[in-house]
Structure formats: C-alpha cells, structure tokens
Design a protein around this ligand. Sequence first.
Ligand code: BGC
Length: 511
Amino acid sequence: MMLRFLTLFALIFCISVTESHKIKSARHDVRNFPEGFLFGTATASYQVEGAWDVDGKAPNIWDHMTHNDPCLIKDCSNGDIADNSYYLYKRDVEMMRELGIKFYRFSLSWPRILPTSFPDEINEAGVQYYNNLIDELLKYNIEPMITLYHWDLPQKLQELGGWTNPFIVDWFGDYARIAYRLFGDRVKYWMTINEPYQVCYQGYGDVTKAPRLNMKGIAEYMCGKNLLMAHARAYHIYDDEFRSSQNGVVFIAYSAQWYEPESENEIQAAEECNQFMWAFYVHPIFSETGDYPPIVKERVAAKSAEQGFARSRLIEFTPEEVDYVRDTADIFGLNHYSTNFVYRNDSVNGYYESPSFYDDMGVIMYQTDEYKIGESDFTKSIPWGFYKLLTKIREDYNNPTVFICENGFATHGGLNDDDRVQNMRTYLSAMLDAIEEGSDVRAYAFWSLMDNFEWMQGYIERFGLYEVDYEDPERTRTPRKSAFVYKEIVKTHSLDFHYEPTDTVMTIDEL
Ligand code: BGC
C-alpha cells in the first residue's frame, strides 16, 4: 500500500514538475529576447575544415583513429574533407550573413598551427587560413569566438599520453600563448577547451571518442585534473600577458545535460549525478571554495578504498592548485542538448564495470521515447531540462554570465526540418523562462551552422541549419527550413511560435 502511495506520489511529482513547465513556455506566442542578446552559430575544426594533411598540418588523434580503423565510425567515414571549409570559408561567412548572426564560434586546429605540437615551428599557411577566416568575419561585423581545443589533439602528444600527461599543462599553455599572440588583436572571446567530460570520460575512460583509451576509473580522473590545470594555465597566461592590451575574455565550454530525479525519492541520486556529470568540472572553477564537489571526492575515495587502491583514484588538487584553478573563467560557457532521468536502487550494484566513473557515481540514468521527435534518436527533446539546468547554475554559482556555446538537434537529413524548428523554439523559450527569473544568459550559439562530421556517427546524424551535400565535390550548402526560422528570430530579436517562412531562397539583408 505504502509503495503504491509512494509510486503515485512520485508520478504526480514528476507530472507536476514537467507539466507546470510545459504550460509556462507555451503561454507566450511571441517572446522578446533581452536587449543586446547575441545570436550566433558554432562549428569545430575537425568537423568542418577538411584539408587534413594540406600545407604542413600534422595529424591529430581523429586523423590517426579514422585512418587506422575506419569503421569505428558508423559510416566508416572521416574528416579528411568534411565540409572543406579550409577552402570554402568565404561561403561559410556568406551563410552567416544570410542568417544575420552576430558571432561565429569555431575552433583552431592545434597541429595545423603547430605541426611539431610545440612553439618551435609555426606553420604560416595554417595561420594564414585562420587570419583569412577572422578577417572575413570582421569585414561583415561578425565577432569571431575561438575555441582553442575542440578534441583534435596532435597525435604526437597523444603518444606521450595526451591529457593524462601532466606536462600537457605546459604544452597547452604554450599553444594558447601563440594563439593569443597571433589572433588576439582581433579575437576577444576565447574558449580554452570544449566539453571536459567528453574529452576525459569518453576519450580516456571509455571508447566513444578518440583516443579510446578505455581505462575506466583511472584515466578520466588523470585527464580531469590535467585538463582543469591546463585551462587555468591558459587563463592565467591571458591575464598576465595579454588582458591589459587585448581586453578579451577567457572561459571554458562545459557540456551539461540535465539529470532529473525519476521520483521524489531520487532527488539525492539526481543531485549526485549532476555533481559527477558536469559540476565535477564547474565546481573547481565557479564555486567559492574551489576543488571538486565534496560528494565526488567522498564517493571516489570510499570506492577506491573498498577496492584496495592505495589512494583515491580521483587525483586531488593541492591547496595551491585549488587556488590556481578557482575563478579562472570570465563567462560560464554552456553546451546543452538533453535531459536524462535518474534513479538509484540495489540494482546499481554490479550494474557498471568496476572500477569506473559510472560505478563511482552509482546511479542509473535513462531516456524514454516519449521525448523523441523526428527520426533521429540522438537528441531527445526535453526543453524544461534546459530551464532547470540554467536555474541550478544561477542558484549554485552566484548567477554567472552564461553564453550558450552549443544547442541543437540531430536529424537524418532533409530540408524540411520541422523537428529541428520545434526543438529550437522550445529550447529558446525555456532559456527565456530562466532569463525572466534572473539567469544572466547573454548569448546563444546554434549547433551547427551546417552539417558536419559528427564524430563516431560520421555523416549520419545531421545538425546543420544548412544541409551539406557530401556526394558533391563542391560540398554545396543549402538552407533548411530551420535556417529561415533562425534568421527571423535573429532579425526580429523575438521568438514567434507561429512564424512560417515563405522564402525558399536566402538573401543577405543589408543592415
Ligand atoms: C560537441 C560537438 C558535437 C555536438 C553534437 C557536442 O558535444 O561539442 O562537437 O557535434 O555535441 O553531438
């Protein structure tokens, strides 16, 4: 009886949190964005550039992996040519002008600029490419926002251990300094690293990103500490050597999904899940105390002791390192796509390989088809999770200024992407709900400007406002319906749920 009552209560709890939010977002037909709010789009070097071995570029870990074992990628493809943006960047900028956006987030390829991985040799042709792109953007008043590291580590550095080698703090700092020196006269927004969890867990703890080290419960923690220290190094270098002359901002782009309790009984489990999955990298930088979240330290230390390790597998920061990392971001960069439901019961014991990050966290998470829109399964559409995440960031970290560095939706192609339009509108609306309640969100980058190499999914999952034809050597880009809708949002600075584009050809609106 008690159990039935609890289940019923849990169900009502779930429905009321989700429903109350749905109703709120749908109440408004036309909603305005705050004055000065910036719209942009995002891409990343390996996903769009191609020209993988042109003009002196050295191989990165994705070149290495896709060439050595092509069918690790779902369609056995690679980024050798990708969108060919190395040659087609002017068309890319033209598309941004069509959309009317104010900024472009793109990343630099470390081995294109530094073929030895180190500053002893600067590849002029690679530098020229980025200079051309930056100048083309600025010519049309589109602000360049650079990510220094979006997953394409020089292969040579991987052979030295990559992000598990503590020397990466020096290597990354040296690379960052070169980038500030080369481009910082024109670039004022710098993201050090894209998505620490994906880099460390998926690349080093697991097999779902290069370099697929699969050393669970060990390597992701080594990577985690080095990555945070490397980020901090790049921040301090900017602060000490460039900020006074260049006046820019430096931050990090987190990937944070929302983890929702399956029922009221699971609030603690979901909280711990949010702490492991993203606060792990946020707390050291944005909390007042710095360091990893206490619950993460406790759980990993306890598990490690139980398992017979001599010390916690979570590599701790010294007090000096805690200080070095704390408060090293001028903005909270946030990539967000979806929400998972969370519970913890006895079935979690033995559910995951041990030791592992997931076993340390000790929760089970899932999504249901109820939230599936469109044909792709890749990005379930749960906009109220975005609202809850933004609210938690506001409450837990003293309302930082947030830039949405990525948000988007996967389809399997086609120009009539109503599902992407629906996802975009409802997520923007959820973001506006949080803004209305005080969240300081100032920018939104749609992922992505155009289809691109979607990592392990190759060219199967499509994220673009523009469709790219990979059969065509010209890699022709064609606007989807979502491109016309985004353009209207940018132009009117508002979100109209009923707007139906009538144009089929894109033009550039003269300002
Ligand atoms: C990454 C992008 C990726 C997107 C869609 C983000 O995690 O930063 O590179 O394409 O998600 O999966």
